[in-house]
Design a protein around this ligand. Structure first.
Ligand code: SF4
Ligand code: FES
Length: 248
C-alpha cells in the first residue's frame, strides 16, 4: 500500500509544532499502525532525520500508553487502542493525519508524546484502599454478588489511556475518574474511604486542568475498553452523598 502521513512534529512543550508530510510506498496491510510508524522511523533515520517520538509499551491493548489522534478520532477509526489498529482498515493511497492528544491536562512532551502525569496525580488523590488485606486472599473468602462484581470489573477495565479526555470538547477526565471511583466504591475493600476518595479525586481532576462533563458521550464512544458513561452518573451520586454525608 502507498500511504501519505501528515504527522505532528514538535520539539518540546515550549516550541511551536507543525504537520510534516511523509510518503510510505511499501506498507503491508497486515502491519499494525505502530509497526507502520516504526517503518517510517527507519526511513527517517536512514535519511539522517529525527525519528517521530511516540509512546507505546505493551502493544497488546493493556498499558494505555499508545494513544494517538488518527484522522480526527482518538485511537483511530476502529474501537480499540492505537496499538491494536491495523493498516488493513486503510486503503491504498490514503492520507492519514496523526496527532497527539490535545488537552491542557496532557502537555505535549515531544511530537506525539504527551505527559499524562496528571492521571497519576488524580490516582494518588484517591485511587487506593487503606484496608489491610494481607497476601492475596482466597477468591471466595469475601462473597460479592454478580450485580456488584460485574460493574466493578467493567470499571476496572480502564487502562488510563486518556482517549476520553482527548475526545471530549471540555477535555474532561470524568470517565476516567468515574471508572476508578466506581471500581473501588462498589467493592467492600474500597468502602471505608469512598466519600473522601470521590471528593479528593474530583478536586485533583479540576486542579490539573480537566473540564467538566456536559453529557456529549464522546468519551464513551472513543473509550477502547467500553467503559460506560453510567459510571459518571454513579460518581455524581457518590459525590452528592459525600458532600451531604449520606449513603448512596
Ligand atoms: S475511561 Fe476509557 S478512554 Fe478513559 S482512560 Fe479509561 S480506558 Fe481510556
Ligand atoms: S501500547 Fe499498551 S495499550 Fe497500546
Amino acid at each position: 500500500m502507498e500511504i501519505t502521513l501528515k504527522v505532528w512534529r514538535q520539539k518540546n512543550a515550549q516550541s511551536r509544532g507543525n504537520f510534516e508530510t511523509y510518503k510510505l510506498d511499501n506498507v503491508n496491510s497486515h502491519m499494525s499502525f505502530l509497526e507502520m510508524l516504526d517503518v517510517l522511523n527507519e526511513q527517517l533515520i536512514k535519511n539522517g532525520k529525527e525519528p517521530v517520538a511516540f509512546d507505546h509499551d505493551c502493544r497488546e491493548g493493556i498499558c494505555g500508553a499508545c494513544g494517538l489522534y488518527i484522522n480526527g478520532r482518538a485511537h483511530g477509526p476502529v474501537k480499540g487502542t492505537t496499538c491494536q489498529l491495523h493498516m488493513r482498515v486503510f486503503k491504498d493511497g490514503d492520507t492519514i493525519v496523526v496527532e497527539p492528544w490535545r488537552a491542557k491536562g496532557f502537555p505535549i512532551v515531544r511530537d506525539l508524546i504527551v505527559d499524562r502525569t496528571a492521571y497519576d496525580k488524580i490516582l494518588h488523590a484517591g485511587g487506593y484502599i487503606t484496608q489491610k488485606i494481607g497476601s492475596a486472599p482466597d477468591a471466595n473468602s469475601i462473597l460479592i454478588g454478580k450485580d456488584i462484581a460485574e460493574p466493578a470489573m467493567d470499571a476496572a477495565e480502564c487502562i488510563g489511556c486518556g482517549a476520553c479526555v482527548a475526545a471530549c470538547k471540555n477535555a474532561s477526565a470524568m470517565l476516567f475518574v468515574s471508572a476508578k471511583v466506581s471500581h473501588l466504591a462498589l467493592l467492600p475493600q474500597g468502602k471505608p474511604e469512598k466519600a473522601r476518595r470521590v471528593l479528593n479525586m474530583l478536586d485533583a481532576m479540576k486542579e490539573h486542568g480537566f473540564g467538566n462533563c456536559t453529557n456529549t458521550y464522546a468519551c464513551e464512544a472513543e473509550c477502547p475498553k467500553g467503559v460506560s458513561i453510567s459510571h459518571i452518573a454513579r460518581m455524581n451520586r457518590e459525590y452528592i452523598a459525600a458532600t451531604f454525608g449520606s449513603e448512596v
